[in-house]
Ligand binder design. Structure first.
Ligand code: ADP
Length: 440
């Protein structure tokens, strides 16, 4: 028996050793698996943290595992990729919106529910003359306009859109049309922070100015037409009521009617001319024009009326040509208007000089020894219907449009016109024109 046992002993020893080895191997394997799983879970944790920080392509995901951890890793990778795509498209959309806002000529202001500025575009900051970023400030502080601020408060209260027109104090004369629209539900965050309103500002100063100018023009034209028409009608009625029988009076009255009708025709001609110039209907024939030739032509035409008015008309011209790039006929019209004015506003015995000088900047000048123009009127005589001496202008048949026409033509030719004067001693009108030699 003992011998049998002695025989079995090495076998059992080998079995026990094998079992022990297997157990150690199993323990090692389990430990290894546990470690690998822990590592995989750590990688998952890191990927989730990375996702929160905008890392949409996690690198160490345990995708090869076939257990639950591997499935979670695959789902996480898919979610991360989708989040990445959505974030890129949102960023692109945000970029496009920012580009549109930045390049809009209309101003845009976004306000939150409490009326604090959330966002402004460049145009809004320019129109409201804002320095720095107005973010977080109350709307009254930003708009500095009570009317607009009251409208903002109303829209925040009522939730109904409104439109107001405001005139700014700074800069003076700026008129803004403001559309106020309440925040819409779709753009509202769950906390309601964005549900304020949007204000869109349009600069309509130029439109309003033009409307005012048009109204003033209609009033001036009606006023200018009224005087001659009233005179014509009055004298015609007097004639019909019996003065026709008195040949001397009849002649005198018909003379007045004729003069007033002439004034009317002059006014209408000038008005039509100005309207054509302003609407750009006149085509300029630009060519090289010798200003001495223009001066000679105008002087020749104006000499007879100058003599009739008892005035001397002189020309001071250089020996060499003075070449301007201009429209000959239009420059003649300008010079003729200026000479006509000098003849009109210079008392008998005086003189009018047409001067031409040149070189780089061709210059025409008309000087007279007339009544002159007061300093405060000097810059305004180029406005339509502006007359420094209304009674004299009217008496002498002026339309009040001559210098406005001159200014239009000169500016259309790319030149400049201005006047200098000493009241009681005379005036000089200058016209500078582009040289025919200037390279463009
Ligand atoms: P008008 O038909 O009344 O002359 P203009 O437009 O030609 O109109 O001139 C505007 C005003 O400028 C005139 O009414 C006049 O008061 C003043 N003015 C123009 N030219 C002269 C001048 N050479 N001397 C004095 N005043 C002038």
């Amino acid at each position: 028996m003992a011998a049998e046992l002695g025989y079995l002993w090495p076998w059992s020893l080998a079995l026990i050793s094998a079992l022990a080895l297997a157990m150690v191997a199993l323990a090692l394997l389990a430990r290894h698996r546990g470690l690998a799983r822990a590592r995989a879970l750590r990688a998952l944790e890191q990927a989730v943290r990375g996702l929160a920080e905008g890392e949409y392509a996690p690198r160490w995901l345990p995708l090869t595992r076939r257990d639950q951890v591997g499935k979670v890793a695959a789902a996480l990778q898919e979610t991360a990729a989708e989040l990445g795509r959505q974030t890129t498209s949102l960023a692109a959309e945000k970029g496009r919106l920012a580009l549109v806002l930045a390049n809009m000529t209309s101003g845009v202001l976004f306000l939150d529910r409490r009326g604090r500025v959330v966002l402004t575009n460049r145009a809004a900051r320019r129109l409201l003359e804002l320095q720095g970023s107005p973010g977080g400030r109350h709307h009254l502080e930003v708009t500095r306009n009570v009317e607009l601020s009251e409208a903002i408060d109303r829209v925040l209260q009522s939730g109904r859109p409104e439109e107001v027109e405001i005139e700014m104090i700074h800069p003076p004369g700026r008129v803004l049309q403001c559309h106020l629209a309440p925040g819409v539900e779709e753009t509202t965050r769950p906390d309601g922070e964005d549900a304020g309103l949007v204000v869109v500002l349009h600069d309509i100063s130029e439109l309003r100015r033009l409307a005012r100018v048009r109204a003033e023009l209609v009033a001036s034209v009606s006023h200018e037409l009224k005087t001659p028409v009233t005179a014509i009608k009055g004298f015609a009625e007097t004639l019909l009521e019996g003065s026709l029988e008195d040949p001397a009076r009849a002649r005198e009255f018909v003379g007045i009617i004729d003069r007033e009708a002439g004034r009317l025709a002059h006014l209408i001609r000038d008005l039509l001319e100005l309207s054509k110039l302003e609407s750009g209907q006149i085509e300029l024939k630009l060519q090289s024009v010798d200003l001495r030739q223009v001066a000679r032509a105008v002087a020749q035409k104006s000499r007879p009326p100058a003599e009739r008015a008892g005035l001397r008309l002189l020309e001071e011209l250089p020996p060499e040509p003075v070449l301007a790039l201009a429209d000959q006929e239009r420059v003649e019209q300008v010079l003729h208007n200026l000479v006509e004015n000098s003849l009109r506003y210079t008392p008998s015995g005086g003189q009018v000089v047409i001067r031409v000088s040149g070189g780089e900047a061709p210059l025409l000048a008309v000087s007279d020894t007339g009544i002159g123009i007061a300093r405060e009127d000097l810059s305004r005589v180029f406005e339509r219907f502006y007359r420094a001496d209304r009674a004299r202008s009217r008496k002498l048949g002026g339309s009040g449009l001559g210098l406005a026409i001159v200014k239009h033509i000169v500016e259309a030719l790319g030149g400049k016109v201005w006047a200098e004067s000493e009241p009681g001693h005379g005036s000089t009108f200058y016209v500078k024109l582009p040289s025919a030699f200037t390279k463009t």
